[in-house]
Design a binder for this molecule. Structure first.
Ligand SMILES: Nc1ncnc2c1ncn2[C@@H]1O[C@H](COP(=O)(O)OP(=O)(O)OP(=O)(O)O)[C@@H](O)[C@H]1O
Ligand SMILES: [Mg+2]
Length: 320
């Protein structure tokens, strides 16, 4: 665990629908170094959000974490009581989700929504909390925190609401921030501002971050490490620079080639021919083999394990 803020081992999460068991996270192994950003990339339905929700133990029913370990600050989150978990969520682990429109309560002033988290987790007085909330509004880039404090969410733009959500997420000084597509609902200029705010916060607040996105271009500038997800599996994990210099997995290569066909403001990933398979009808062997130009016989029969290649590179592919 030395040097890592979170270390996920052999995580499995499934949905139980009627008599069917649909695995959405399968043997996931993932680590984030202290002070670093891990970007999790994958097509729609690949399991990025479920990874975040599994860490937070917020997988919605009929989904369930089946097994694995999620070591965070020396504890296995999966073995904590619900109460212990509540004291970690929003406190040691901050969260920002995609929808800045729906994540705030429309009838409560933004300042009070920031204060609420601090009261819940830190047991501070109303006066102390007000000061800290104003400080936080300033920290996320509002020049007039006093005015913002008494506004309602509908009085703010999408980007401003996302700033408020970031203020809430960092209010208790979390050591890990989980951001699930925090800029997808924003225009390109606002997206750039929010990303630079997040980057500055990571550097100044001593935080680590799990950053979920569809956008490989963002990761090129933003992340330290990158993880590529496909059909509930992590197929490759690597330092960002090495990944872009030399992607190893055939799927990763396809993703990088696809960047060049992406229009500047396109947010969805455009990819290699074929479809992400339905989770209830996954092929035998490597889940990517039907779309892979390098598939060998073994790829059709046995699923490759995650291998440690050294130099912080991991891969799930028989070519290595
Ligand atoms: N409530 C649910 N019931 C059944 N299956 C679900 C449910 N929620 C999610 N899933 C399945 O879990 C899989 C992973 O979903 P997840 O939301 O993690 O994908 P994602 O990578 O975050 O996609 P996106 O990029 O669209 O946000 C999907 O295939 C989805 O069909
Ligand atoms: Mg998602």
């Amino acid at each position: 665990m030395e040097g890592y803020i979170i270390e996920i081992s052999n995580l499995y999460t499934s949905f139980f629908i009627d008599t069917q068991v649909i695995p959405v996270i399968n043997d996931l192994n993932l680590r984030i170094k202290k002070g670093k950003v891990l970007g999790l990339i994958g097509e729609s339905g690949s399991g990025k959000t479920m990874t975040a929700l599994s860490i937070l133990r917020l997988v919605p029913s009929p989904g369930k974490i089946i097994s694995g370990r999620v070591c965070f600050e020396g504890k296995d989150l999966l073995s904590l009581t619900n109460r212990e978990m509540e004291s970690i969520r929003g406190n040691r682990i901050g969260m920002i989700f995609q929808e800045p429109m729906t994540a705030l309560n429309p009838v409560i002033r933004v300042g009070e929504q920031i204060s609420e988290t601090l009261i819940t987790h830190k047991g501070l007085s109303k006066k102390e909390v007000r000061e800290i909330s104003l400080e936080l509004l300033k920290k996320v880039g509002f020049e007039d925190p006093g005015k913002r404090y008494i506004q309602y969410p509908h009085q703010l733009s999408g980007g401003q609401r996302q700033r408020v959500l970031i203020a809430i997420a960092i209010s208790c000084n979390p050591s890990l921030l989980i951001a699930d597509e925090p800029t997808t609902a924003l225009d390109v200029a606002t997206e750039a501002q929010i990303l630079s705010l997040l980057k500055e916060l990571i550097e100044t607040q001593n935080m680590s971050m799990l950053f979920i996105t569809h956008n490989l271009n963002i990761m090129k500038r933003f992340g330290d490490h990158i993880g590529i997800m496909y059909a509930g599996r992590l197929l490759e994990m690597a330092p960002v620079v090495d990944f872009f210099n030399e992607p190893l997995h055939p799927y990763s290569k396809g993703l990088i080639d696809s960047i060049f066909t992406l229009r500047p403001n396109e947010k969805r990933l455009k990819v290699i021919p074929g479809f992400v398979p339905r989770l209830s009808e996954l092929p035998e062997g490597c889940k990517f083999h039907p779309r892979c130009n390098y598939a060998m016989d073994i790829c059709k029969k046995d699923e490759p394990p995650m291998q440690d290649l050294g130099n912080e590179r991991w891969i799930r592919c028989y070519l290595f």
